[in-house]
Write a protein that binds this ligand. Structure first.
Ligand SMILES: [Zn+2]
Length: 396
C-alpha cells in the first residue's frame, strides 16, 4: 500500500526564487490545459495537451520562460489534471467512493503552491539531501525515516510560506494482535467521540484561535486590495488556520492510532457531513471537528495494521433503541442526554448507547433494521417532560 511522508524544508533565498518561478510555470501549464479542456467538446488526451501547453507554448513569445524550469513538474501538472478529470467523471458516474469530486478548478497565486517531481527529476543524496532538477539540493528535516525508496516527491509551499517535501512510498502492512475484538464509535459536536466501551475523547478547544481568525477576517475586509498590509493580514490568517489544522491533525492522528491499535474491528456511523455543514448554525463547529478526516485516518490505519473497518448506514436508528435489550423508545430530543429503558430498567447515556448500537449493527448482531426503520416513522419525538419515556434529563 502507498503512504505519504512529509518533511519541512528551509530553502535558501535563491532556491525560494527558483521555486516561485517553478510554481508559477506549473500553475500556468495547469490553467492553460484546463482552459483548453473547457473549450474543447471532448477532453483532449494528456499527450496532446502536453504538446500544446508545454512543447508548443515554449515556442511562443508569451511562454518562452517555460524553458527556464525543469519540464518534469510541468508534465506532472498535465498528468495531475488528467487525474483530476478522471476523479470528477468517476465521481459523477458513482464509480468513486467518498465525497463528491467537483470539476477541476483554475489554480490561484494566493493558495497553496506545489510541484511534483518523478524519479526523472529528483534524487536522494548520500548525506540526506534531496536534489531537485534546476532547483538544487534541499535538506529536509528528517523527523522520521523513509520506509522505502520514494517514487515521487512534491514540493509544497503553503499559504503561510512554509515549505515541505511530500514523498509517496510503498509500505508493508504491519500485523499485530488487537486487545479488543471490536469497538463502535459515536461522533458528536460536544464530545468528539464516545466509544462503546464507555471511553470518551474530547476534541481540542479551537475557540480562542477561532476568535482571532474572525477578528482578522473583519480586518482584512476593510483593507484595500493588493495593499501590503492586506498581504500581511492574509499571512497572519493563514498561520492561524495552520495552527488550528495542526492541533486538529495531531489530535485525530493520536486518537485514530490508539483506536486502531486496540481493536480488531472498528465501526463508525456514516455521517452526512456535507449536508450538516449547510446548517449554518453548526457549520463552523462541524468543519472544525474533522469527522471525515478522522474516518479517512481510521480507514488507512486499519489497512496498515490489518484491522477491519466498517461504516454503518446513517439511517440506522442507533439512538432510538436500548443497546441492552433492544427495546425501541423512538426518537428523543437532542437535549436529552440520558434515557431510562422501560423494558429492562437500565439507565443509558445517550451517546454511549448509540456507540454500543453502532458496534452491534456493524458486527451484524442486530435484528431486522428495515423493520426498525418502518417503526420509527410512527414514533413521535419525546419531549423532556415526558417522564414515562425519559429519565434524568441532564440538559446540555
Ligand atoms: Zn433496555
Amino acid at each position: 500500500m502507498k503512504a505519504r511522508y512529509r518533511y519541512i524544508i528551509y530553502p535558501t533565498d535563491q532556491q525560494k526564487q527558483s521555486l516561485a518561478q517553478l510554481f508559477g510555470c506549473v500553475r500556468v501549464v495547469w490553467n492553460d490545459a484546463l482552459a483548453l479542456c473547457k473549450q474543447s467538446e471532448k477532453k483532449p488526451k494528456s499527450a496532446e495537451l502536453q504538446k500544446i501547453v508545454i512543447t508548443g507554448a515554449k515556442q511562443t513569445e508569451e511562454r518562452t520562460w517555460l524553458e527556464d524550469v525543469s519540464c518534469v513538474p510541468l508534465q506532472q501538472s498535465v498528468a495531475d489534471l488528467d487525474i483530476a478529470f478522471k476523479n470528477f467523471f468517476n465521481s459523477c458516474k458513482g464509480k468513486r467512493k467518498g465525497r463528491k469530486v467537483g470539476y477541476p478548478k483554475f489554480k490561484k497565486r494566493t493558495s497553496n503552491q506545489s510541484a511534483r517531481f518523478t524519479l526523472r527529476g529528483f534524487s536522494i543524496k548520500k548525506n540526506g539531501g534531496i536534489y531537485l532538477a534546476k532547483i538544487g539540493i534541499v535538506n529536509p528535516i528528517w523527523s522520521r525515516e523513509l520506509p522505502s525508496e520514494p517514487s515521487s516527491v512534491t514540493v509544497i509551499k503553503d499559504c503561510a510560506d512554509r515549505y515541505f517535501l511530500s514523498f509517496v512510498v510503498e509500505i508493508q502492512p504491519i500485523s499485530s494482535e488487537a486487545k479488543n475484538p471490536s469497538i463502535g464509535i459515536d461522533l458528536g459536536i460536544k464530545t468528539f467521540a464516545v466509544m462503546s466501551n464507555g471511553e470518551k475523547a474530547e476534541s481540542p478547544n479551537y475557540k480562542k484561535l477561532d476568535r482571532k481568525v474572525r477578528k482578522l477576517q473583519r480586518k482584512i475586509a476593510r483593507q484595500p486590495k493588493d495593499s501590503k498590509r492586506r498581504n500581511v493580514t492574509r499571512i497572519r490568517i493563514a498561520r492561524l488556520h495552520n495552527r488550528i489544522a495542526d492541533t486538529r491533525k495531531d489530535f485525530l492522528h493520536k486518537l485514530s492510532t490508539k483506536i486502531v491499535n486496540e481493536n480488531q474491528v472498528i465501526v463508525l456511523e456514516d455521517l452526512n457531513v456535507s449536508g450538516m455543514v449547510k446548517n449554518r448554525k453548526f457549520s463552523r463547529a462541524i468543519s472544525q471537528q474533522g469527522w471525515r478526516e478522522f474516518r479517512t485516518l481510521c480507514e488507512a490505519k486499519s489497512e496498515k495494521f490489518g484491522r477491519e473497518f466498517k461504516v454503518i448506514s446513517r439511517w440506522e436508528p442507533t439512538s432510538q433503541v436500548c443497546s441492552d435489550c433492544g427495546f425501541k423508545w423512538g426518537k428523543i430530543d437532542l437535549s436529552i442526554r440520558s434515557v431510562l429503558c422501560l423494558n429492562c430498567g437500565t439507565e443509558q447515556d445517550r451517546d454511549e448507547n448509540a456507540a454500543r448500537n453502532i458496534e452491534k449493527v456493524g458486527m451484524g448482531n442486530r435484528h431486522d433494521s428495515k423493520r426498525a426503520l418502518r417503526d420509527c416513522q410512527t414514533t413521535s419525538v419525546a419531549e423532556p417532560d415526558e417522564a414515562s419515556r425519559i429519565a434524568a434529563p441532564l440538559g446540555r
